[in-house]
Ligand binder design. Structure first.
Ligand code: HEC
Length: 116
């Protein structure tokens, strides 16, 4: 086969593969999955409204390990200061309207107001 003919042949194969992919034909590649290593601890599940908000706002930069390692005796003002510090110092993109719910979730899940 001449080089030109090979080039044409290759183009034809690519076009055929594209058609098969588009129509879901047999040439469609099997879906690839990537398993990532476990990334630290996740936030403890809770029915409190702050749980979803903490998930959305508090584990982008670090895992929930940081919360888990706070003293279980830490009271509400401690968590309030913590959340405010995350926003003021580290620029956590946190809506002030969500702060109260997040603090409530944290103190009841990791702090002094845990129900045991
Ligand atoms: C923009 C990134 C960012 C976001 C978002 C963020 N943090 Fe942090 N957080 C940090 C960094 C950086 C540290 C490490 C600070 C240090 O080493 O002093 C930290 C540390 C902590 C610690 C460990 C205690 C400490 O004083 O260092 C806690 C607890 C914590 N964050 C809670 C939260 C909570 C709760 C939220 C959600 C309201 C949150 N973080 C959101 C960046 C972030």
């Amino acid at each position: 086969m001449s080089a030109l003919a090979m080039k044409r042949h290759a183009i034809l194969v690519v076009a055929a593969a594209a058609v098969l992919c588009a129509t879901g034909g047999p040439a469609r590649a099997a879906p690839k999955t990537i398993t990532l290593p476990a990334d630290g601890i996740e936030l403890k599940e809770s029915a409190l409204p702050g749980y979803a908000k903490a998930r959305a706002n508090c584990v982008a930069c670090h895992s929930a390990e940081y919360m888990a390692y706070q003293p279980p005796t830490a009271a509400r003002p401690y968590w309030e200061a913590m959340v405010k510090r995350m926003k003021a110092v580290f620029k956590a993109p946190l809506d002030d309207a969500d702060t109260a719910d997040i603090v409530d979730y944290l103190v009841k899940t990791y702090g002094a107001e845990q129900s045991k």
